[in-house]
Design a protein around this ligand. Structure first.
Ligand code: BTN
Length: 265
């Protein structure tokens, strides 16, 4: 995983099929949004889990109507899964964002072991205090038992070529490590860790919550969180047993199950 020439080595579909739980892989040179591709393909009754990835994603979508910048060398892909096949019942779906973020964190702890890795609730992954991975989970309206798990990891795409405002807040693996990263290696390991995280979650959520607490980027910081039409400001007290974010506001303790962090002081 550690040689410069890996940065543009093609992703090996056959290896992904042979070494992971995937039953279908479609790797594209270019796509608009891999989440949109996964949604479109959901009606085809493909064998699942399926993965849709792209060397270059032109119109990546982020949470809360944001866009996701990616350049050649990034790892951008979407999994189409039926959580039930991993033993994840519907009541556990709200924890899948955290579970995905934690599995990516565990991956980064292996591949950039000298870099501090943190989770910014609900599912951004940070290294050295900058965002390196974004996660977008979407349900499939016509097949509500299916879920699209979209992951954008800045791997070999240096942020030095990114829009200026992103350079302040985001980073890439190649910007924090002299290595370059074989994307198939990263995918195989990420999928193994994702499967382990779901297996653990299907039994008990305490290990997931503990893992997120240990890596929480927000605990002890003063935050503003927007949720629908309201904004709450308060000191972050960490993550509750059900995955909610705990805030101490001027009017007392609050819990948020979803929301967008709009300010961190
Ligand atoms: C966020 O940070 O707001 C989430 C970003 C998610 C980006 C990934 S890249 C692969 C997948 N396809 C998309 O269009 N979005 C996700």
């Amino acid at each position: 995983m550690m040689k410069r020439e890996h940065s543009m080595t093609p992703v090996q579909e056959q290896r992904l099929l042979a070494e992971t739980f995937l039953q279908h892989v479609c790797w594209m040179e270019e796509a608009g949004s891999t989440n949109s591709v996964a949604m479109e393909q959901a009606s085809r009754n493909l064998p699942l889990p399926a993965l849709f990835g792209a060397d270059l994603q032109r119109c990546g979508r982020g949470r809360n109507q944001h866009t996701w910048w990616a350049d050649a060398g990034a790892l951008t892909f979407s999994l189409l899964i039926s959580p039930e096949t991993f033993g994840i019942r519907p009541s556990l779906w709200p924890l899948l964002s955290l579970a995905t973020g934690l599995s990516v964190s565990r991956l980064l702890e292996k591949v950039v072991p000298d870099s501090p890795v943190q989770i910014k609730w609900p599912n951004d992954v940070y290294v050295h205090g900058k965002k390196v991975c974004g996660i977008l989970l979407e349900t499939v309206p016509e097949q509500p038992w299916l879920l699209v798990v979209g992951i954008g990891l800045n791997a070999n795409n240096s942020l030095k070529t990114a829009p200026a405002e992103l350079q302040q807040t985001a980073t890439a693996l190649c910007d924090v490590s002299p290595a370059s990263f074989d994307r198939t290696d990263l995918l195989v390991e990420a999928l193994h860790l994702f499967a382990s995280e779901l297996a653990a979650l299907s039994q008990d959520s305490s290990q997931l919550i503990q893992g997120c607490r240990e890596r929480c980027y927000l605990t002890g910081r003063l935050l503003t969180v927007r949720h629908v039409a309201t904004s709450l400001t308060g000191m972050c007290l960490g993550i509750d047993d059900d995955g909610a974010l705990r805030l101490m506001t001027e009017s007392g303790p609050q819990r948020l199950l979803t929301g967008e962090i709009t300010r961190i002081d």
